[in-house]
Design a protein around this ligand. Structure first.
Ligand code: NG1
Length: 511
């Protein structure tokens, strides 16, 4: 380690005195102007993690659904997963070290993790379209180079695309080519193969209107459009040409306000009475897991499928999956890293957060078995195995990916001949309400049981229990957000009015 160079460069990315940040649900997030030092230091940390794992590590500069003025950064581990929890702690320590202590913390981490400093390091970097992102990703690069790491800057990418690149690079190209064309080609080839087998074709192909939240999705979907132009037509809304990022649009806005964006979103419709129907992550998990189960029955394979949700999953979806579809359901803490980890325990793990983040994971043994079946079986069984093989390719198994999920859903709807309304009718959501509450210090609230029970402050859980008892089919919980400075309140009950009242009453109990 060239300590002199680190000190010199660190001073150019100095930490504002006293600023404390935490590596949360999705890395660090706060106002962009407070993040320069964090970016530089995450560049340093990525090099250490790369040396330790002898693998390529990713650094993504984004604050996804947060307001445009915010920014953030997260590290991507070797198989495209989120950073390991012990390294999240190192990230928090490094980001919060005052200037004079930074070197010592860096050395402490290297020693604790037995990092061989002579080992080569390689880091790949991606960023979203926020005005602050380019400069901040330059600070990451400064951190990488000062510790002697090599890097490749992909520039503008969606987060799941960067996860895909990391996964490809660390699996010797078996998963796909680590280029943007490689990503587009892999997904579009699988999509075209799958939809060829749908009974409706030609003029009947579907046309989708996509809410791009005025962000990176617009850019990347536009690049990808011509790869699958046969079979699906997409029209982009909130494409960044006029509106502001995530302002009155985007999945988070639609899910938390339960109303349409100023323009459009993927998967909602208005019924004959003009009512708004959102098809959320829970419905997506249901569609996908039932389709995969049907294919397995067709092939004659009995594999273990599990669905992973969070406490925000609608109670009706959990009941439907368990009781009607007979699929086991598991609940984890919020944040895709927790769901991803749990989903890895199954032959086929389908995980979705209610807000639509998610994907399906297939064990290596399953992938091999299905490949063999697609070659060896006959007729209908072979067709089903081929379909499953393609659908496996269409999922981004490195991370939940809206573009890949959209193509999976479109292919399943086409193959099953289902309309969005028929899909939505699988079960009826219990009315629910989500609220954000501003408190002096959200860390006073701690939780257990996959965030469904509050442990502190004392008395809070008892108060919630008493409120919940007043309503039918009700459930409520509170937890501190890991991405915003708020406490989130969730309530569910037999009517919208009851869900609204319960959420309101619980939010008063939080103060
Ligand atoms: P927090 O702010 O920790 O609730 C939010 C979402 C998560 C996940 C992350 C990352 C809700 C209730 N929470 O986390 O599901 O998407 O952001 O973007 O939607």
């Amino acid at each position: 380690m060239d300590l002199g160079a680190i000190t010199k460069y660190s001073a150019l990315h100095a930490k504002p005195n006293g600023l404390i940040l935490q590596y949360g649900t999705a890395g660090f997030r706060t106002k962009a102007e407070h993040l320069d030092h964090v970016m530089f230091r995450m560049g340093l940390l990525a090099v250490l993690r790369s040396k330790q794992t002898k693998s390529t590590i990713g650094v993504m500069v984004t604050a996804s659904h947060n307001p445009e003025e915010d920014n953030g950064v997260k590290l991507v581990d070797p198989l495209g997963e989120m950073l390991a929890p012990s390294w999240e702690e190192h990230a928090t320590c490094l980001a919060n070290a005052e200037e004079q202590d930074m070197q010592r913390v860096l050395i402490d981490i290297s020693e604790k993790e037995a990092v061989n400093l002579q080992q080569d390091a390689f880091v790949v970097i991606g960023r979203d379209t926020r005005p602050s992102s380019e400069k901040l990703s330059q600070s990451v690069i400064d951190g990488v180079t000062v510790l002697g790491g090599q890097f490749h800057d992909y520039g503008l990418l969606t987060t799941p695309q960067l996860h895909y690149m990391v996964y490809c690079r660390n699996t010797g190209g078996r998963y796909g080519k680590a280029t943007i064309e490689g990503y587009y080609q892999k997904l579009s080839k699988a999509f075209v193969e799958l939809t060829k087998q749908a009974s409706c074709s030609g003029d009947e192909y579907r046309s989708l209107k996509v809410d791009c939240a005025n962000g990176i999705g617009a850019l990347k979907l536009r690049e990808m459009e011509h790869y699958f132009s046969q079979g699906l037509s997409v029209q982009l809304f909130n494409d960044g040409s006029k509106g502001k990022l995530n302002h009155l649009c985007g999945a988070d806005f639609v899910k938390s306000h339960q109303k349409p964006p100023q323009d459009r979103i993927v998967y909602y419709y208005h019924d004959a009475d003009g009512h708004f129907h959102l098809i959320d992550g829970d419905k997506i998990a249901t569609l996908i897991s039932s389709f995969l189960k049907e294919l397995l029955v067709e092939i004659g394979e009995s594999l273990n499928i599990g669905v992973v949700q969070t406490a925000y999953a609608n109670g009706s979806s959990t009941r439907y999956l368990e009781e009607v579809m007979k699929v086991p359901v598991y609940c984890t803490k919020t944040g895709v890293k927790h769901l991803h980890h749990k989903a890895q325990e199954f032959d086929i793990g389908v995980y979705f957060e209610a807000n639509g983040h998610g994907t399906a994971l297939f064990s290596t043994a399953v992938e091999m078995k299905i490949k063999q079946s697609a070659e060896q079986l006959e007729d209908k069984k072979r067709k089903a195995a081929k379909m499953l093989e393609n659908i496996i390719d269409l999922f981004n198994q490195a991370a939940g990916d809206a573009i890949s999920d959209m193509l999976v859903i479109e292919a399943i709807l086409a193959l099953k001949g289902l309309t969005v309304q028929q899909w939505d009718a699988l079960y009826t959501d219990l009315p629910n309400r989500q609220l954000k509450v501003q408190v002096a210090d959200r860390r006073v609230i701690s939780t257990t049981d996959a965030e469904r029970q509050a442990v502190t402050p004392p008395g809070l859980q008892e108060a919630i229990n008493d409120l919940v008892k007043k309503y039918k089919l009700s459930r409520a919980f509170v937890r501190p957000s890991g991405t915003e400075d708020v406490v989130r309140v969730y309530a569910e009950a037999d009517s919208q009015e009851s869900a609204d009242h319960l959420a309101h009453e619980v939010s008063l109990a939080v103060f």
